[in-house]
Design a protein around this ligand. Sequence first.
Ligand code: MLC
Ligand code: AMP
Length: 517
Amino acid sequence: MSNHNLFCALRSGFPADLDSIAFETDGGLCYSWRDVERATAMMANLLQDLQLEPGARIAVQVEKSVEAAMLYLATLRAGYVFLPLNTAYQSAEIEYFVGNAEPAVVVCSSKDFGWVSPIAFKAGAKAVYTLDDDRTGSLLERAAHCSDAHEPAVKSADDLAAILYTSGTTGRSKGAMLTHDNLLSNAVVLKDYWGWRSHKDGGDVLVHALPIFHVHGLFVALHGALINGSKMIWLHKFDPKLAIAKLAEATVFMGVPTLYVRMLGEASLTRQACSRMRLFISGSAPLLIETFRDWQQRTGHTILERYGMSETAMLTSNPYRADVRFAGQSERRGGTVGFPLPGVGVRVRGESVDLPAGQIGGIEVRGPNVFKGYWRMPEKTREEFTADGWFKTGDVGQVDERGYITIVGRSKDLIISGGYNVYPAEIEGYINDLPGVAESALVGVAHPDFGEVGVAVLTLKPGASLTGEAVIAALKSRLANFKIPKRCFVVDQLPRNTMGKVQKNLLREQYKGMFAR
Ligand code: MLC
Ligand code: AMP
């Protein structure tokens, strides 16, 4: 039986010269491919020595570092399931994820060990390690005693590689289960579709500026560079000035739209600064046409926009080179997310029928990249798939005559803020629980930096006195920072339709201009 372990496939892309540089950090450190090979072996041995059950989850909430990326690879290598957690999550959020996933191992920052470890042990974890972004912590101390040789665990294509929590429109977050083959098939397709140049062809260099707890930074960017043996310039946090300075040594950049907006705000972004660059890719949220055009004008480069989600990795992409399936189209069209990737099926549905070009409907997808289901939620999984096996993305869009797909909205009540998803139902639940609050509604409002941000509107119980500022302050101690509404208004009543449903469209309309540039 052949081994479908994703780690093996990624490793097969490493260059022959293992002493060349794999990661160069903004702190001036360099890690060779041999370092990646050895460090992942040591961490994999540490995990394997714990004799965890097959399919055990390794939950990780740590600051971005090369070691954190290696921990991800070591988890694959040892055959366990990686569960990354946004560093902004606070204790109530972590308690839910850890309680739901029941990880065997939890790795956190040493500053958080005091509150994370009781949560982890209560949920049945065997071990809790720390890992900091300065190469310290108990994980590395323990791994230092392990062998640097390790035979990757044998995995089948359908075995789980990762669980990514994605918030639900109702109720709590759902863990999207991704298999080794889901992730590998996507990485292989993108390698070719985006024309990655291997080290043999001069090599690409990626500026890695995204967090590594979501699809974009963890899979699209990291897998892309690894499977091509391409060096990464590793920024521990996005800083527009630094990112621009690093473009001079790079060929590929990936970002959410906010990163492009912030770089455009810097005078140092010039054609000269981008002269070595081959490709700029944007995704995770809609790229405004003004950003697309401003970028073209300032740098001479046309951003390639693509579309994906946690449940599916990448689904569609604007072309890098002419796409034979779509009459040889090679144009990257702003405002669109391009064509379905090879092997991915995309259809736009009306009431049980496929809609023709130009008509707007729900986007449904299928393909080897589509996840296995939601962790321990068979009902929810069934609801999100059609009877004939297509996954309902919750995005609304259309295909034009030439095959380009445009996302025009969402049927799911979701706000995407700076590339992070905020589910109004979750935030409203927290607001409604505050003493004195009668009811609330969170709506997305256009924002020049984050694209869209949450604005809360609420009513009070008789006799209660609470200000919008006080609500925001109360939420800050409970929720991840990106979920905090940027403004909060107390009103006499929320607008309702005849069925009694809150009319969020009216609230969106009322507040739409408040963050105008
Ligand atoms: C930070 N804040 C945000 C925010 N990020 N608020 C709303 N939305 C966000 N995304 C808060 C901070 O807590 C702070 O609040 C204030 O806003 C200003 O913060 P900042 O210093 O400007 O933020 P910064 O730390 O620079 O982060 C901004 C960012 C970051 C854009 C760099 O949000 C980011 O890395 N986004 C990328 C997300 C990503 O990778 N998404 C991919 C998902 S995968 P206060 O109150 O403290 O002042 C996916 C699938 C796919 O969607 O297709 O790829
Ligand atoms: P997540 O659940 O965090 O993976 O977010 C996935 C969602 O991000 C998708 O369902 C889309 O709504 C949105 N998204 C991703 N890429 C794009 C894009 N290029 N344009 C518009 N929306 C996007």
